[in-house]
Design a binder for this molecule. Structure first.
Ligand SMILES: [Zn+2]
Length: 344
């Protein structure tokens, strides 16, 4: 179990500062030392915003995944850079992202980069907050690859990626990481058309070697690229199967769904911690501390304080930084109101 009742945490990503957005589109003009400096500076910004908000758990904000080469896919052998997306005009959404073509055996001889990210975070973060690393699970990671060669479909790609993700998790534990999230939003997005127990089996094989060696969680949202969701935004199809998932904590997106299915945190909290998304990352309405406190009290009707954590619905990468900053500060302030009431 986590070490603090009503803990405040985040999902991995945080908005890029405007200069980093510019830099990521002009990396060709940067030398390797310039890129390294920009990466450190960006992580310092993300750490700063999270620590002044007062969070119990922070991440590196995924500030260093600047382009294809620096993302997980850049670490994979056997793929070619994404082809043009099928739709290039009109409203921004996930169908404007191309897929990387699989051309050979999928391998990651240098790992997936998460260990370097964690080492950087450790070097730059102040003492105090728990440092969390996030890695996409194999099913989610397979979503941006076009099946090809010996991999005939998404399941085959998932199986090929599974040992690569597992090795990365093991390396994170060896590097001293004690808080890891395996992001599998694709599982929540497609649970309504796939067999949820198949997802659970895949997930459990991915994490089996690190279970018990860190506080392990998963993030199950309904998609947030360009702040758009995918699929019916209901958790019911995943349960009860997902009660068997081998994690210490399950994170659910609740705020943008106006707390539909909030009662589901009750059965989860019988055996696991639940991180409830109480900040809507898709909306520019800035939740007040009072809003947050009311939402925490609602959650307490369904689960005990020592099982509950609170977070935004998803990573904040698709939310403007000024809004993200205020939302985090208000989240912590709102949770604190209830902590004071309960004296926890
Ligand atoms: Zn998400």
């Amino acid at each position: 179990m986590k070490n603090q009742p009503l803990r405040t945490t985040v999902i991995g990503s945080y908005p890029f500062p405007s200069w980093l957005e510019f830099a990521s589109q002009n990396l060709g003009q940067f030398g390797s030392a310039d890129v390294a400096e920009a990466q450190d500076d960006a992580v310092v910004c993300a750490i700063h915003d999270q620590t002044i908000a007062g969070l119990d758990v922070i991440t590196d904000g995924e500030q260093t995944r600047l382009d294809f080469n620096l993302s997980f896919y850049g670490y994979l052998e056997g793929i070619e850079l994404e082809s043009a997306s099928p739709r290039r005009m009109g409203p921004p959404a996930h169908d404007q992202r191309g897929k990387h073509k699989v051309v050979g055996e999928l391998r990651a001889p240098r790992g997936l980069g998460a260990v370097d990210e964690f080492e950087r975070l450790k070097r730059l973060a102040p003492a105090g907050p728990t440092l969390k690393a996030s890695v996409p699970g194999p099913y989610t990671l397979s979503g941006r690859l076009a099946p090809g060669g010996k991999y005939k479909d998404r399941w085959a790609l998932t199986e090929a990626l599974l040992p690569l993700v597992r090795s990365e998790l093991e390396a994170l534990v060896r590097a001293g990481c004690r808080e890891i999230t395996v992001d599998e939003p694709s599982m929540s997005c497609y649970a309504h058309i796939e067999e949820p127990s198949r997802f659970v089996e895949i997930f459990n094989r991915t994490v089996e070697s690190v279970v018990g060696k860190c506080h392990l969680s998963t993030h199950l949202c309904f998609g947030n690229y360009k702040a758009r969701a995918i699929g019916p935004r209901r958790y019911a199809p995943m349960f009860p199967a997902f009660l068997e998932i081998k994690v210490d904590e399950i994170h659910l997106e609740m705020a943008s769904r106006e707390f539909a299915e909030i009662e589901m945190i009750g059965p989860i909290a019988k055996t696991k911690d639940v991180a409830v998304g109480i900040i809507d990352v898709k909306s520019y309405y800035i939740e007040t501390p009072k809003d947050v406190a009311d939402r925490v009290r609602l959650c307490l009707k369904h689960a005990p304080a020592d099982r509950l954590s609170f977070a935004p619905d998803c990573g904040l990468s698709q939310t403007a930084r000024w809004a993200a900053k205020q939302k985090l500060a208000n989240m912590v302030a709102g949770v604190k109101i209830v902590r004071n009431e309960l004296r926890v």
